[in-house]
Design a protein around this ligand. Structure first.
Ligand SMILES: Nc1ncnc2c1ncn2[C@@H]1O[C@H](COP(=O)(O)OP(=O)(O)O)[C@@H](O)[C@H]1O
Ligand SMILES: [Mg+2]
Length: 234
């Protein structure tokens, strides 16, 4: 059997709110294989973003382990965690989180420059990725000069340009109208197949969720495996 790419082991997350404690994740387990794509659904406040932040080392679990190729990434130093994110992870958020003062090309080049790639090579790679998401005519546009769908395409190009093993997408189509959401989602599916990247895709849209390999529902701090039929009638 293939070694798992990514494992969440007994993840618990509690937040402190004054003297009160909110328990969001409760001994949660998840195993992902390379190139697998998974949808996570769940009501607002169920902990989907908390889980993605913990998987991406942007926040620490209260208890439990996150293993990437067998290594506990929360045991790494902050510097090594940053390196891990830069080399192996891509993030896409509901709101694009692009840098407003930089154009599309500069935004997509950024992770490659952080990874110390030479500028010329980084620009070529970023241009190719922007072309792949259908934006070769928008390289010099700043985020404020792009439509919502175009901004998300830039954000996807930025998340994928360094060919990460895993992309964490937190409601990437949640802020788009139905037509743009479907187009952006189709693009994600195509890229996923081309690049053999593992995608974890949080969405409220059950039709989109059903197009992924696996559907999981986050409820009461745990993930439940759903088959396509159950999701449809949920
Ligand atoms: N930094 C925080 N401090 C305290 N509570 C938080 C924090 N982040 C999230 N929460 C709470 O944890 C719960 C889950 O939030 P979140 O992970 O954002 O859910 P979802 O993404 O599924 O909507 C919510 O009740 C939210 O209010
Ligand atoms: Mg959320």
């Amino acid at each position: 059997m293939n070694k798992p790419l990514f494992e969440c082991k007994n993840i618990t997350k509690k937040y402190h709110d004054g003297s009160a404690q909110i328990s969001v994740l409760n001994q949660l387990n998840l195993t992902l294989s390379a190139a697998e794509n998974v949808a996570i659904v769940g009501s607002s406040g169920s902990g989907k973003s908390s889980l993605l932040h913990i998987m991406g080392t942007l926040d620490a679990p209260t208890e439990g382990q996150i293993l990437f190729k067998g290594q506990d990434i929360h045991q790494l130093s902050e510097r090594k965690q940053a390196l891990f994110r830069n080399q192996n992870l891509g993030f896409v958020y509901q709101f694009h989180h692009l840098l407003g003062e930089f154009n599309a090309l500069e935004n997509v080049v950024m992770p490659l420059l952080i990874a110390k790639q030479p500028l010329k090579q980084a620009e070529q790679q970023a241009k190719a990725m922007l072309e792949r998401v259908g934006l070769s005519h928008r390289l010099k546009h700043k985020p404020s000069e792009l439509s919502g769908g175009e901004r998300q395409r830039v954000a996807i190009a930025r998340a994928l340009v360094h060919q990460p093993d895993i992309v964490l997408a937190d409601e990437p189509t949640g802020n788009l109208d139905a037509e743009n959401a479907a187009a952006v989602f189709d693009l994600i599916l195509q890229l996923k197949n081309e690049l053999s990247t593992c995608f974890v895709f949080v969405t409220h849209d059950l039709n989109l969720a059903n197009k992924m390999d696996r559907q999981l529902k986050l409820k009461q701090g745990l993930l439940f495996e759903l088959n396509a039929e159950v999701v449809e009638h949920d």
